[in-house]
Design a protein around this ligand. Structure first.
Ligand code: NAD
Length: 368
């Protein structure tokens, strides 16, 4: 078999169940190296609370520069009660914010997939969510969370005023819209762009720029515009009408959380954050499960590794251009669920409860 170029993957397991779920991804990467002759080069470093414990900082300069040079970063999760009372700059989460900001990870991709085997885990009726497969693309580095002026200031009548500014430029909108259109081409070819163009100028600009880009470069993709509040309603009423939803930072924050909960299981949902190119022209990207470090179950060997494994499948698809391998991995996960294997968080009657590492092994056995 032909050997392909070495691809650098930086593993940042982090805290709590992070190292447990990343260990399963590592097994899968090694499987691809051994069995498919894919030359993934793995490096592993501390980040978050464990980095603070060893180095007094949630991310060292050395790890940060490694991250800047890596094509793919796989993050477990950071944080936990041990570090809750640290000063703000030392908190584990600062490492994530620094990576997101400095790597310019401007597009956050969150699929909401409802596995047919787990349809009862959703709070919605099975017929509403069964077979659901949505991708939410949230703009991550602009909008009201970053706009200036911001702050809290005293005003003349003795009250205080809180100020945040919602701003978007043409390039900020078009670069994230382009990601949504490109993704749609690999899926069901439909994009819904959400804003509040009825009440916000930045929303009006958003709508116009997405429309213009569509006319210039993506006429083959079906585009519709929807007000963000209507999108929130439609996600509950008929979520299967959507394929790719693209929206700004603020609305994306809400809509992606809402969409992920349609599926009812935190341990299954992956995410990707895509950014600017590195010096070799490769797109920087960080992949991570949407769940946190789950301190309540850390060290017990019962965490569900599927969200992290599916995050790696996203890395195969979106960073490494290995669609076939991503398909194989996603199918292996489906097969294991079809066999009735469940970690504790998704356990139900008649199914077989399994540990984190046994779940990883079962997925690998399906890859064979
Ligand atoms: P959490 O996602 O860690 O846990 C919420 C609940 O879901 C817990 O009961 C947990 O046991 C369960 N759970 C989560 N992932 C699971 C998995 N893979 N398998 C089985 N069960 C799972 O959220 P939280 O409790 O609000 O936060 C705990 C810590 O994680 C906090 O310190 C928080 O700041 C941090 N956090 C980190 C990230 C991140 O690193 N990206 C994201 C969210 C929260």
């Amino acid at each position: 078999m032909i050997k392909v170029k070495k691809r650098k993957i930086l593993l940042l397991p982090g805290d709590g169940i992070g190292p447990e779920v990343i260990a399963e991804v590592k097994k899968i990467i090694n499987w691809f190296n051994d069995k498919k002759s894919l030359d993934f080069e793995i490096d592993q470093e501390l980040v978050g609370g464990c980095s603070y414990d060893k180095h007094g900082t949630p991310i060292t300069d050395e790890v940060f520069y490694k991250a800047l040079e890596s094509e793919v970063i796989m993050l477990g999760a950071v944080g936990g009660p041990t570090w809750d009372n640290l000063e703000f700059s030392k908190k584990p989460e600062r490492a994530l914010l620094k990576l997101r900001k400095e790597l310019k990870l401007f597009a956050n991709l969150r699929p909401a997939i409802c596995f047919k085997q787990l349809v009862d885990a959703s709070t919605l009726k099975p017929e509403v969510v069964s077979g659901l497969d949505i991708m939410i693309v949230r703009e991550l580095t602009g909008g009201i969370y970053f706009g200036e002026p911001r702050g809290i200031k005293p005003i003349e009548n003795g009250e205080r005023k809180g100020i945040n500014t919602h701003t978007y430029t043409t390039s900020e909108i078009t670069r994230v819209a382009r990601i949504a259109f490109d993704l749609a081409r690999k899926r069901s070819n439909k994009v819904t762009s959400c804003e509040k163009s009825n009440v916000m100028e930045a929303g009006q600009l958003w709508k116009e720029e997405v429309q213009e880009l569509h006319e210039k470069e993506y006429k083959d993709v079906e585009l519709s515009h929807m007000l963000a509040d209507n999108c929130a309603m439609q996600l509950l009423r008929n979520p299967k009408q959507f394929d790719v939803i693209v929206t700004d930072n603020l609305f994306g924050d809400m809509l992606s959380d809402q969409a992920s909960m349609l599926t009812g299981s935190l341990g299954l949902l992956p995410s990707a954050s895509l950014g600017a190119k590195n010096k070799d022209g490769e797109m920087r990207a960080m992949y991570e499960p949407i769940h946190g470090s789950a301190p309540d179950i850390a060290g017990k060997g019962i965490a569900n590794p599927i969200a992290c494994i599916l995050s790696f499948a996203m890395a195969l698809r979106y960073s490494l251009d290995l669609d076939k391998e991503a398909d194989i991995l996603e199918k292996a996960v489906q097969d294991v669920l079809n066999d009735g294997l469940r970690t504790k968080d998704i356990m139900s009657e008649g199914m077989k409860e399994t540990s984190t590492s046994a779940m990883g092994d079962a997925i690998i056995s399906k890859l064979q």
